[in-house]
Write a protein that binds this ligand. Structure first.
Ligand code: ZN
Length: 309
């Protein structure tokens, strides 16, 4: 069995403005690293499809989709919030980013030609709310993938682990009332986006980390809080919101993780998926802005996804 690497050249054409940390250079850095270490050739490369309106409507309000479609950007940039710009090609990139998750789910659940997938896409997604773009995110990519697994493939229990350094407020809002979805999230706190986070019994679990925290705080949260709850939930599929901006080299945050930490948590999730979910695991890129640590971390993450197959 193989791990898929899902991307699309359209994701490179999303412009965010000069000096913006969320740039196409991120995807180039990842691909260059995977080629350099010869991991690239061991992956099954798939083009991300474009998410359809029906697939986006599972997690976004029609009024939000209509508003985006009604104001195409002919040139220059339009700001959806102070951090989130869109250019002429951005909505197509966003549909590819969300569509990558649909492609991943279809291959992992239905075609079964791969059992894990990493989506190297941008814009990221986990801040996007039902009717609001936020924090570099336009559509909530992972939510579109999870909803596809639930609605199109009839899964009944799906888990998301979000280890991006920022709280995945959009994902949490979208699935707040859906008992089929369990969300475990680590993030620096207090920090952007400064939304109140709400734990929901044993189904929405948060581990806020103070500035300066590192490997031991992170693994303690994952291993004493998340993994026992995930074992009880017995997910039929595992999703990862894989942001690498909690890396110690990433200037975006004050959390000090390393590649080894990403490898360890990924291995634990692969084991969980192996035990309960027919090894089905889909990961998608969220943040990660220091290009070298981002590239090394994605490499470590993908190597761990490929284990145990
Ligand atoms: Zn982030």
């Amino acid at each position: 069995m193989l791990t898929a690497f899902i991307s699309h050249p359209d994701c490179l054409r999303h412009e965010t403005g000069p000096g913006h940390p969320e740039s196409a250079a991120r995807l180039h850095a990842i691909e260059d690293r995977l080629i350099e270490v010869q991991l690239y050739y061991l992956l099954r490369h798939l083009d991300a499809g474009e998410a359809t309106r029906e697939q986006l409507l599972r997690v976004h309000d029609a009024v939000y989709l209509d508003e985006l479609d009604a104001h195409p950007v002919a040139g220059g940039l339009r700001y959806l919030d102070p951090d989130t710009a869109i250019g002429p090609h951005s909505l197509r990139a966003a549909r590819r980013a969300a569509g990558a998750l649909v492609t991943a789910v279809d291959h992992v659940v239905m075609q079964e030609d791969v059992n894990s997938a990493f989506c190297a896409v941008r814009p990221p997604g986990h801040h996007a709310r039902r009717r609001q773009a936020m924090g570099f995110c336009i559509y909530n990519n992972i939510a579109v993938g999870v909803a596809h697994a639930l609605e199109a493939h009839g899964l009944e229990r799906v888990a998301i682990l979000d280890f991006d350094v920022h709280h995945g407020n959009g994902t949490e809002e979208i699935f707040a009332d859906d008992p089929r979805v369990m969300i475990c999230s680590t993030f620096q706190h207090p920090f952007y986006p400064d939304f109140p986070f709400e734990e929901n019994g044993s189904r929405i679990l948060c581990a806020p980390l103070p500035a300066g925290a590192g490997s031991s705080e992170f693994h303690t949260a994952v291993e004493t809080k998340f993994l026992p709850a995930l074992e009880q939930f017995r997910p039929q599929m595992v999703f990862i919101s894989a942001g690498f901006d909690a890396h110690r080299d990433d200037v975006m945050s004050a959390i000090n993780l390393t590649e080894a930490d990403y490898a360890r948590v990924t291995r634990q999730l692969v084991e969980l998926a192996h035990k309960y979910a027919h090894s089905r695991i889909v990961s998608t890129l969220e943040g990660g802005y220091e290009l070298r640590s981002l590239a090394r971390s994605v490499e470590a993450h993908i190597r761990a996804l490929m284990e145990l197959h």
